[in-house]
Design a protein. Structure first.
Length: 68
């Protein structure tokens, strides 16, 4: 892995999705494995980047993403 992040393939990329916890819908722009640790102990998570209707992107856990 790279130092901070790595892009991952996902079957819903560029498709309309829903963030299950918030109910927000948008287009899945990327899935990235990121090191979210603020210190030297690495903690890697898979984050989904979703662009909503306003054009803003937000992140959520990949497991929270479902087809809209």
């Amino acid at each position: 892995m790279s130092d901070r992040y790595e892009y991952q393939p996902h079957r819903l990329l560029r498709r309309r999705v829903r963030d299950i916890p918030s109910g927000t819908e948008g287009v899945l722009m990327a899935v990235i494995t990121e090191n979210v640790s603020p210190n030297r102990i690495e903690h890697w998570v898979d984050l989904a980047y979703i662009r909503d209707a306003s054009g803003r992107e937000f992140t959520t856990a990949v497991g929270n993403v479902a087809p809209a």
